[in-house]
Design a binder for this molecule. Structure first.
Ligand code: NAP
Length: 295
């Protein structure tokens, strides 16, 4: 068996195309959805992510603004910036690119973002609403995974889903979303992490496997069963002196050996990554709609 590729770029493009009507409707009311990205320090991967988000805004005709600050910014100053953005009528979505320097508490920063502008879906208010299955601003990467499954006609209902990784931004929220008593959810979930034992035995049970651990090519073909659907969230830079950049990107899944076993698989790059950006665009439009309807 060899797998069918799930084309995240194409699905992300459809989602962005579907936003165009909503954006025009807002513009007719004099509202241009606006996203502010706060970038602290000079982490090259963070800069790349923020650039991609700004480019996506430009292509869709959204307003965007990047606020760059050095790594030695103090927490109070960062909170002041967020307060200004909270009160800025042109801005409907605020994101603070992680990771932040170690002396800044990410939760404190998130708590200072108005929940209605929290387009990353990380504020505890939005996390709670998501857990209750009541919508709200959903976190972009797990929401993107849900859309990848939906657009590929893969129904998780009744399926055994194994999630590798329990981070607050991917593993835990995707577990909560797939567990909902709702269309395109209703899965049976197992989450494994660095303290789990016998991981290959557990991953072999998966009808759908979601890998989000940040360990290059951790999941090998021998760890999955025939016909599995594999969603690879990982983005890892590994040295590749033969390339211009000196590195290449690989996922948390060993692609070739898993491709032989899977029925569907996402590539890296071009799988989950573009979906994260598409869902961020959707959240920004949704935030603008909600904020403008409450005026
Ligand atoms: P994270 O916060 O570092 O969490 C990693 C999780 O994996 C933790 O729960 C950790 O367990 C677990 N883990 C690490 N090593 C393991 C091992 N050997 N066996 C089992 N579990 C292990 O990572 P994250 O933020 O979720 O990101 C994961 C990956 O996805 C990264 O490569 C990241 O770059 C990528 N990512 C991609 C997107 C995208 O848009 N495509 C978005 C977000 C993240 P413990 O909890 O026990 O430490």
């Amino acid at each position: 068996m060899s797998a069918q590729l799930i084309d995240g770029k194409q699905i992300a493009q459809s989602i962005k195309n579907n936003l165009k009507g909503r954006i025009s409707a807002l513009k007719e009311k004099g509202i241009t959805p606006g996203l502010a990205a706060v970038l602290v320090g000079d982490n090259p991967a963070s800069q790349t992510y923020v650039n991609s988000k700004v480019k996506a805004c430009e292509k869709l005709g959204l307003f965007s603004k990047v606020i760059k600050r050095p790594a030695n910014i103090d927490q109070y100053e960062l909170i002041q910036i967020i307060n200004e953005l909270n009160n800025n009528d042109k801005i409907h979505g605020i994101l603070v690119q992680s990771p932040l320097p170690s002396d800044i508490d990410e939760l404190t920063i998130t708590l200072n973002i108005k929940p209605e502008k929290d387009v990353d879906g990380f504020h505890p208010y939005n996390v709670g609403i998501m857990l209750l299955g009541r919508g709200g601003l959903l976190p972009c990467t797990p929401h993107g995974i849900m859309k990848l499954l939906e657009y590929s006609n893969i129904d998780p209902s009744g399926k055994e889903v194994v999630i590798v990784g329990r981070s607050n931004i991917v593993g835990k929220p995707i577990a909560a979303m797939l567990l909902q008593k709702a269309k395109n959810a209703n899965a049976t979930i197992t989450v494994v992490h660095s303290r789990s034992q016998n991981i290959p035995e557990i991953t072999k049970r998966a009808d759908i496997l979601i890998a989000a651990i940040g360990q290059p090519e951790f999941i090998k073909g021998g760890m999955v069963k025939d016909g599995v659907v594999i969603i690879d969230v990982g983005i890892n830079r590994i040295e590749a002196p033969e390339t211009n950049k000196g590195y290449r990107l690989v996922g948390d899944v060993e692609f070739d050996s898993c491709f032989e076993k899977a029925s569907y698989i996402t590539p890296v790059p071009g799988g989950v990554g573009p979906m994260t950006i598409a869902m961020l665009m959707e959240n920004t439009v949704k935030a603008a709609e909600l904020i403008s309807s409450s005026l």
